[in-house]
Design a protein around this ligand. Structure first.
Ligand code: FAD
Length: 466
């Protein structure tokens, strides 16, 4: 019998699982190495007492027909259509998001509205005539929203969430993260309506984070999608090693040869013909033996991520928020979701689960002091009249140290340096939100994974994976 080629995949998030799924349908021996106790990574959630807590709102949506069909096929009736409602609490008012002109006109003071309008027109027109010498997120947002709206809605928000002023962010950040609202958008929208609603392929390059196509959830959130992909991998003979951490990656002659993994203090080595990494790029570089050149090491260390601490609270009432999720400016958490809106199975019945997101750095006090985090979140929720203490059934803290890649100015150059090293390794690909250091949604992480798997299947690495 011919030996199958062995593919080792680092990380069992949605990217790692999707690559493994595609490869395990073909003639490959696939091993997924995942350090946590659940598959799915950021999209996989955590579990306490039968309840799934998501790492913030996670809905599935894509216009890529292949990915959509694959997910529909394995999920069947478990996929639930979902209509999200989003609100921002600001200046004592709830605004709908994305920002609507009617809301702004109704809720901001008249003088502010007039100032915002003039500044929007001025900055829109100015940006058409005059390009800034060097773009950053502030210049992009000013051009799209004008000074008034930029200062009211974005500047302080970005500073709170990221701990960095927008002018220190690459323009990519504003382009990928924040929907445009300039004069051209009206024309763009009109044009969009004339185009067919779905296209067959999605682009990875220049991906702009937006919600397209129908939105789906499940009774266990995105985690059920991850779980079912995991089942498919195992059904096809692939293995998913949970609670296993990759601690060293061994290279020789510009090829990845093996990976050392550890579980319960027991180390073992697993050989590979191909390696797909979905772990954070800086960790990939740190774990590599021999160590890459110093320029690559420095570049990888300069790729920073923003952490998020989540407080999950089971509340003794069927619904707690006026929308499926909400953004806040002046309090501890930046966003909070109410799982009842997402159709989750929640224990006990008639209770809901709130999940508050506190963006921070892993060196911040709040990251290391869970009791303080819970206390601050509960106090804020009481002050906002969302819950009363006596309604709290249980609460939990869980954390994502690499929730968001931080697109600092010049991050593109650092990324290129690291990818020059990766591209020099003939049998290794690095993909996904962490592996490509890219602010992508799950379906784009899946697309990268499908392409990486196809590259292995077809025997040449020509499909784009970043
Ligand atoms: C708050 C929030 C909300 C989001 N909402 C949505 C949404 O609504 N819809 C959507 O489509 N996307 C959403 N996303 C984006 C989505 O979560 C990601 O795009 C997707 O989960 C990325 O998957 P990944 O596999 O690339 O990375 P990850 O999920 O980060 O997976 C990487 C995996 O590698 C593992 N790992 C790391 N180091 C090692 C090691 N040394 N050894 C073994 N394993 C290791 C980690 O444990 C992790 O499981 C959201 C993201 C966030 C942060």
């Amino acid at each position: 019998m011919q030996n199958k080629e062995k593919v080792v995949i680092l990380g069992g998030g949605i990217a790692g699982l999707s690559a493994a799924w595609r490869l395990s349908k073909k003639d490959f021996e696939v091993h997924v190495i995942e350090m946590s106790n659940r598959p799915g990574g950021l999209a996989g959630g955590v579990e306490w007492n039968g309840n799934i807590y998501e790492f913030g709102p996670h809905v599935f949506h894509t216009i890529d027909q292949e990915i959509l069909n694959d997910i529909k096929n394995i999920m069947g009736e478990d996929l639930i259509r979902f209509k999200r409602t989003v609100k921002i609490k600001f200046m004592g008012e709830y605004f709908n998001f994305p920002l609507s002109i009617t809301d702004i006109l109704k809720k901001l003071p008249f003088k502010t509205v007039v100032e915002c309008l003039f500044s929007l027109i001025y900055h829109n027109l100015k940006s058409m005539i005059n390009q800034p010498e060097r773009e950053n997120s502030e210049t992009v947002l000013l051009a799209n929203y004008g000074k008034g709206l930029y200062e009211i809605f974005f500047k302080s928000y970005i500073e709170k969430v990221w701990g960095i002023p927008p002018k220190e962010f690459s323009p990519d950040f504003a382009k990928q993260r924040i929907p445009k609202m300039n004069l051209l958008v009206v024309a763009e929208k009109l044009f969009e309506n004339l185009k067919p609603k779905s296209s067959k392929e999605i682009d990875i390059k220049g991906y702009v984070e937006k919600v397209e196509g129908e939105i789906f959830t499940t009774k266990h959130g995105f985690s059920l999608i991850a779980e079912k992909i995991g089942n498919e991998i195992q059904r096809s003979g692939g293995s998913i090693l949970l609670n296993h951490k990759a601690i060293e990656i061994n290279f020789s002659n510009q090829k990845a040869k093996s990976v050392n993994i550890v579980s319960n203090n027991i180390e073992k080595m697993i050989e590979c013909d191909h390696l797909i990494s979905t772990i954070p790029l800086k960790h990939l570089v740190q774990l590599s033996t021999p160590t890459p050149d110093q320029t690559t090491v420095n570049a990888a260390n300069d790729l920073k991520s923003r952490a998020t601490l989540f407080v999950g609270i089971v509340v003794d009432k069927p619904i707690a928020l006026p929308a499926s999720f909400m953004y806040f400016r002046e309090i501890t958490f930046n966003r909070i979701m109410d799982l009842s809106y997402f159709g989750f199975d929640i224990t006990p019945p008639n209770a809901t689960i709130l999940i508050a997101e506190v963006n921070c750095d892993v060196s911040d006090t709040i990251w290391n002091n869970e009791e303080k985090a819970i206390e601050k979140v509960l106090t804020d929720l009481e002050d906002e009249l969302i819950i009363k203490r006596e309604e709290v059934i249980e609460n939990h803290v869980f954390k994502a140290p690499n929730a968001y890649p931080i697109y600092l100015l010049d991050y593109e150059k650092k990324l290129e340096t690291v990818f020059n090293w990766i591209d020099g390794i003939s049998n290794m690909q690095s993909i996904g939100r962490q592996g490509a250091f890219s602010y992508v949604n799950s379906h784009i992480a899946m697309k990268m994974a499908y392409n990486a798997a196809d590259n292995i299947i077809q025997g040449d690495y020509t499909k784009p994976t970043k």
